[in-house]
Design a protein around this ligand. Structure first.
Ligand code: ATP
Ligand code: MG
Length: 234
């Protein structure tokens, strides 16, 4: 198998009235199998936009993106939908939990949609929520959870179908030190299960866990020098 993601000269222009913003402005990036990539950068730099393109949520980009060897611009929405379900795990910056479903049910939906049996789905969902430190919150609705707890539910949900590519947008926002341990446990598990991880974070506690570091500024991505040793996990 080649790399999971190859981006070449990717641009993502947005037009608001007469104003044009290139949220991505010529991004080159290779994400190898099992890689651990972290992206930092100021607000508005294009970090979430990059994850949306990588995650096949946003296909309105220019340039070339090959996902698992296939040219994304040549795929149909239905194909991208299947890949998002089976091959990609995404914990969005604004979470997108289903508000009427419990934490447990939010995890069960993509498991059952992928054809997992009810018993196996129950086991996997429970196991991931436990690892996230949410063992006593499984039957809570999103509104009955704290911000940090909701964020961990979204992370656990991203892992249910053992994705080849895991995308995390600010996974430790609103999290204290103990909850960050829950996030670390999930990260280690994702790597052990073979996912390539691309995370966006400002959290210095988390950046040190990643072997490959990039800085995003005004839609451009720059690899940072490795002054520190690589990740302790994976
Ligand atoms: N749907 C959209 N329509 C128009 N402009 C957009 C859209 N999405 C993003 N942008 C613009 O693209 C730029 C990059 O946005 P993006 O959300 O990727 O930034 P970010 O690096 O994730 O910021 P933050 O750290 O605040 O989450 C911003 O200037 C934003 O206003
Ligand atoms: Mg963002």
């Amino acid at each position: 198998m080649g790399p999971v993601c190859v981006l070449q000269g990717v641009r993502r222009p947005f037009r608001i009235g007469d104003r044009r913003v290139a949220a991505l402005d010529g991004v080159d990036l290779v994400v190898q199998e099992g890689a651990q990539v972290v992206v930092t950068g100021p607000s508005g730099a294009g970090k979430s936009t990059l994850l949306h393109v990588l995650g096949l949520v946003d296909a309105d980009f220019e340039g070339t993106y090959r996902f698992m060897g296939q040219d994304v611009r040549q795929t149909t929405e239905a194909e991208r939908g299947r890949w998002r379900l089976g091959r990609i795990g995404f914990a969005f910056q604004d979470l997108h939990l289903v508000p009427t479903l419990t934490a447990m049910e939010n995890l069960l939906i993509p498991l059952l949609a992928a054809g997992t049996s009810r018993a196996a789905a129950d086991d996997r969902a429970r196991d991931l929520l436990l690892q996230a430190g949410l063992g006593d919150r499984m039957d809570h609705l999103p509104t009955e959870l704290s911000g940090g707890e909701r964020r961990r539910v979204a992370f656990a949900r991203a892992l249910v179908n053992k994705p080849r590519l895991l995308l995390l947008d600010e996974p430790t926002a609103e999290l204290d030190e103990v909850s960050v341990q829950g996030v670390r446990a999930l990260l280690e598990r994702a790597s052990a299960e073979g996912a390539a991880v691309v995370a966006v974070t400002h959290d210095a506690r988390l950046v040190v866990d990643f072997a490959e570091r990039y800085q995003m500024t005004s839609g451009r991505l720059e690899r940072l020098d490795m002054a520190t040793p690589p990740s302790p996990y994976g």
